[in-house]
Design a protein around this ligand. Sequence first.
Ligand code: FES
Length: 569
Amino acid sequence: MRSAAWYGGNDRDAYLHRAWMRRGNPDTAFEGKQPQIVIINTASDLSPCNAHLNEVAQSVKDGIWAAGGVPYNLPMISPGETNVRPTAMLYRNIAAMATEEMIRANPVDGVVLLGGCDKTIPALLMGAASVNLPSIAISGGPMLNGTFRGNTLGCGTDVWKFSEDVRAGKMSQEDFTASEKSMIRSKGHCNTMGTASTMACMAEALGMTLPGLAGTPAADSRLLEMSHLTGRRIVEMVYEDLKPSDVMTRGSFLNAIVALAGIGGSTNAVVHLLAIAGRVGVDLTLDDFDEIGSHIPLLVNLQPAGKHLMEDLSRAGGLRAVLKELKGSLDSKAINVTGKPLVDSLEGAEIYDETVISRLAQPLQANAGIAILYGNLAPMGAVIKPAAASPSLLKHRGPAVVFESIEDFHARIDSLDLEVTKDSILVLRGCGPKGYPGMPEVSNMAIPKKLLEQGVTDLVRICDGRMSGTAYGTVVLHVAPEAAAGGPLGLVQNGDMIILDVEGRILSIDISDKELAKRSLPTSTSEAFAVPARGWERLYIDHVQQANLGADLDFLLGNSGSKVPRESH
Ligand code: FES
């Protein structure tokens, strides 16, 4: 075993490694017969969606001991989506880098990844992929359904809805404040089909969790049972030498894209899957999402695109039931952590509630996946989720109303002087990976108050940032290259006519290339908010790639393996 390089032998160094690690462990723990398993644990009180993961870790530990392994808890950087400024996405890559380095640096043979909140599952998978020791993931599960005055409350989605209702005068400030206590009913991550729920499903569709785990509510005792079984399984995986590169093949990523469309998952999965693929060396591009995903029907009726919440999905049969309906589109050879094809694990899955999971024969929407747009406004691509957009706006030509930064947007959006109509297209720049930095979830710009008062509920919005997976609207995201990297989004002027044609996959500004070439980039207002970057932020800005490549750091692509030949003493 790999850990024998630390613990094996009778010399001084082996003595040092063993002596400090005994602390109650028996001799057999260090004799090379028991796999050493690290539990990378993103439990943190400041990452509230993951606060319960220590309990999960205990069940994993019990499973590891029961199967003959030796477990170790390793706390990991845990960017909490609602707390961390300027955006949790800025820290996904540092969490991935720390995961990679700490697995490699330590005497471990196998890895269990515990995540939940949006950035944690992708960060853990990225890090583990770059070390490529046998690894298995657990997503910490969604919260139970919230309720407020008799109505179901979806966290995230209803915050956006209620805040718009307050601005439109449809909800009182008092009721808005009163709903706050009802939003988070239990432990777990967001209960809509936001990014955390999506990435939990992506981890399972990629094959990196035990089948049937995704979406099991955090408060459901079956999560702890699955955690125990995960602990047992990782010990077997070490003996089988079943590594992330064996599981996360191109076929697995294509399966994840199919699943993403079927569940109506978050656009953030595009960036995260591209980044994970970059670590494991799989050639995945934006176009794969369109070519494969856009023809897959939407089967899951969950907020933000639909009605229900994750607890309902779990009750209705879960991801396995969805994937079983989509089996004909799945790669039958791609395996999961069981070592067998993912499709084999769908046997016995059933739909128990067709109001939550539709049959393939009667989908909620025929072609539901993510569409990738190109044009002189997005030469390297942009993303839109048609299922969350207004059908009437999917083909639209309108004048641009430009905001240089999110602060500029907040300062002017409700001004009565703002020249905006229901046909306008809001353009927000300075929100890409380099520009913000970190590519925040600000792209679902609020509707101007004067339009809300006229009953307008959606506008075309275009941005180089991301959108919360719990949000909705006709929002074009991840425009690449971003304005701060010299992308043409930075050249748009107020009044320019912009063409959005989702069916034709076009995002263009209706001026000639010659005219566009004459324009120079304006000094971005966002620079006024920028402080000279140092530390992680400096490293990030200098090395982050564009959204179409997954926004990973350029020097973190690929796989460095698990070998560390030099001793520490
Ligand atoms: Fe953590 Fe939504 S804020 S999952």
